[in-house]
Design a protein. Structure first.
Length: 265
């Protein structure tokens, strides 16, 4: 079998920045093993698979299927637009494990309509986990959980930038993903990094799904519904955020196609 496949740098206007995503658009859904093998071959944090017959959208890391992925959804919408499968300002809806998600292109920006993750709960600090991250309790402003992920606000911007987690130690502990964030002092409203060695992604460059929770968290702290965020990985990427209501959030960004070809298996 031979299929068209793309690699897209998401949440950026520049090649080699943002978060690279694989995108594979097929007539009918592939088997789970086929999708997992292609994701392993692509070897980026997530590869998206869109089936045109039912607009089922699924996302795979090199290790497993996941329930929600922002940057690969953004990349998929950009491919649909660039290949003239959707028009500007035409909303496309995807059937996913996280329910119905929508996207559209306007003025060369991709606008994602995603669930707002408001179920953030403050919990006791996991001292082993923060030590593996390179933090101590005095540096932490807030420690909580959202779904099966930790969300940690720290006090110092430079500390966020300089974090070098011990990923082997993190893997010895239970987890799914860790969002570390800090209030920005200029240019952006807040900054974050995201670590997920448990799904084969030590540090995700730009994480749309994490901003579904960060949008709620920083809305409560800053009392702002429109924000601009930066994910401070080595590649880096920018996300524009607009809260629609208590349940939905718009995540807005750019994308650029970096690789276009065929995969044979």
């Amino acid at each position: 079998m031979q299929l068209d496949i793309f690699q897209v740098d998401a949440f950026t206007k520049k090649t080699f920045r943002g978060n690279p995503a694989g995108v594979c658009i097929v007539e009918k859904e592939l088997s789970k093993d086929e999708m997992q093998n292609i994701a392993m071959e692509m070897a980026v944090s997530e590869t998206a698979f869109l089936s045109k017959n039912n607009f089922s959208l699924r996302w795979f890391t090199p290790h497993k299927e996941i329930e929600l992925c922002g940057h690969a959804t953004l990349a998929t919408a950009w491919i649909l637009y660039c290949k003239k499968l959707i028009r500007e300002d035409e909303e496309v809806k995807f059937n996913t494990l996280s329910g119905l998600l929508a996207a559209k292109i306007k003025n060369d920006q991709i606008i994602l309509n995603f669930p707002l993750l408001s179920n953030i709960q403050k919990v006791e600090i996991d001292n082993e986990k923060i030590k593996a991250l390179g933090l101590n309790a005095n540096e932490i402003e807030f420690y909580g959980k959202v779904n099966n992920k930790e969300i940690i606000e720290i006090k110092d911007y430079q500390k966020l930038i300089s974090l070098k987690p011990n990923f082997d130690k993190l893997l010895s502990l239970d987890g799914r993903g860790i969002i570390v964030t800090v209030k920005a002092d200029k240019d952006y409203d807040f900054i974050s990094r995201y670590f997920a060695p448990w799904v084969g992604v030590n540090e995700d460059p730009v994480t749309g799904s994490a901003h579904c929770a960060l949008a709620y968290y920083w809305n409560r702290k800053l009392n702002k519904t429109n924000m601009v965020a930066y994910q401070a990985s080595k590649r880096g990427g920018e996300i524009i955020i607009e809260l629609l209501n208590s349940e939905r959030v718009l995540l807005i960004g750019n994308a650029i196609i970096t690789i276009e070809g065929k995969i044979t298996f």
